[in-house]
Design a protein around this ligand. Structure first.
Ligand SMILES: Nc1ncnc2c1ncn2[C@@H]1O[C@H](COP(=O)(O)OP(=O)(O)OP(=O)(O)O)[C@@H](O)[C@H]1O
Length: 202
């Protein structure tokens, strides 16, 4: 089990962010639109310049090349990127064969063209693509933003199970207080330039 640790991180208007995400747990981050949630995740993924120290277990972000860091700390942005025409081109064979039914797809989805995917379908497949990389930490930017309530709860249940089983440290940007209550082991909110701990995670 590997913990993701942020110490005195500053990015954009946010400063002095310190928190620990234990492996197998979910830390939710909320805050107003434009407050810096996505930039925070991007800094943790080494995609945005920042001050402070970020580490995963014994490894400091500064000490490894960015591509190596990002193979262990995987970000699923709100708007995922796809490079090939077919969905299946983005997945290794085992991940193609093992597509979980909880995601609500038939196996034929691997033969679909990426261009026909809805926003919610893209989001769900992007999460499965990220898990196929076997990350030690996962950074989720509003992963259920385009899903209806039933799909959201099905995805949460399945994802939490994967997170616990694989002991992944998860930073999860969320808006919905009910979702935060369901999934968070700890909850932090951006208030102005700081990140404040909120009571009431479960
Ligand atoms: N590379 C950048 N350089 C300067 N400012 C930036 C950069 N990227 C984003 N910003 C600004 O930083 C602020 C925070 O952006 P961010 O995308 O992190 O917000 P957010 O909290 O995720 O918002 P939302 O909930 O609307 O997605 C915004 O005002 C944005 O315009």
């Amino acid at each position: 089990m590997t913990d993701l640790v942020l110490e005195n991180l500053s990015v954009g208007t946010l400063s002095n962010v310190s928190l620990r995400v234990p492996g197998g747990e979910v830390v939710c981050v909320s805050g107003p639109s434009g407050s810096g949630k996505s930039r925070l995740l991007r800094a943790v993924a080494d995609l945005e310049p920042h001050d402070g120290r970020i580490s995963l277990g014994d490894t400091a972000q500064l000490d490894v090349p960015a591509h190596q860091w990002r193979s262990r700390v995987v970000m699923v942005p709100a708007d995922s990127q796809w490079w090939f025409d077919d969905v299946g081109g983005h997945f290794p064979d085992e991940a193609k064969a093992g597509l979980p039914s909880a995601l609500g797809f038939s196996p034929e989805v691997m033969g679909w063209s990426v261009s026909r995917l809805s926003s919610g379908e893209r989001q769900r497949l992007a999460i499965w693509r990220a898990l196929a990389l076997e990350p030690e930490a996962l950074l989720l930017d509003e992963p259920t933003a385009n899903l209806d309530n039933d799909s959201t709860e099905a995805l949460e249940t399945w994802l939490l199970d994967e997170i616990r089983r694989r002991q992944i440290a998860v930073l999860w940007v969320a808006h919905d207080p009910a979702q935060i209550h369901r999934v968070a082991d700890a909850h932090y909110r951006i208030h102005g330039t700081t990140l404040e701990r909120v009571d009431g995670g479960h």
